[in-house]
Design a protein around this ligand. Structure first.
Ligand SMILES: [Fe+2]
Length: 184
């Protein structure tokens, strides 16, 4: 199922879709923030892709493929929060396997977490990735991921600059005003 989503949560970047077999892996594997991750060779990856070449002229970043096992939930969190090891306000993601999964955002995480009180319900904003399309993802908003019966591989690009030096809105505006203006 496809859900239209407000651009304040995530935005499909008008660019060439990815293709898993073409993504150059470095061979190294590790774990990244509770995920199993395969490193991508950034230099090879960006070559010939106008959007990522433009992005590399403007930002430092690294990329990887993160794996989620079947029937797992990645619980509610905000990546730009002082309690977490990483402090990301924005990233770029693409779902590169046709694995049924669902992303939920909420504007009211505090309500949901107040289990001592009455509030076990909160408003959600559901989102599903279009396969292989790249999305700018607002990790400063509370989100969770539900993966269903298949292994799920997500391409993810992490900027070197952290929140609040780099924000979702700032990157989105720059892509729109600079990259899209030049490449339309
Ligand atoms: Fe996250």
């Amino acid at each position: 199922m496809n859900y239209p989503i407000d651009e304040k949560y995530t935005w499909k970047i008008p660019s060439k879709p990815l293709n898993l077999p073409d993504i150059p892996l470095e061979g190294g594997e590790g774990s990244y923030y509770h995920f199993h991750v395969k490193k991508i060779n950034t230099e090879k990856f960006i070559k010939g892709n106008p959007f990522f070449e433009w992005l590399a002229e403007n930002y430092k970043f690294s990329c990887g493929l993160i794996k989620m096992e079947p029937n797992k939930l990645y619980d509610w969190h905000i990546d730009a929060a002082s309690k977490t090891k990483i402090n990301r306000g924005v990233c770029i993601n693409a779902l590169v396997t046709p694995s049924p999964s669902l992303v939920l955002f909420t504007d009211n995480l505090t309500n949901l977490m107040a289990h001592g009180g009455e509030e076990f319900q909160t408003d959600i904003i559901p989102f599903t990735y279009d396969l292989n399309e790249i999305y700018l993802f607002n990790t400063a908003r509370a989100h969770s991921v539900y993966n269903f019966e298949k292994e799920r591989l997500l391409f993810t690009l992490e900027f070197e600059l952290e929140y609040p030096l780099l924000t979702y809105e700032r990157v989105k505006n720059k892509i729109k005003t600079e990259f899209l203006n030049e490449h339309e």
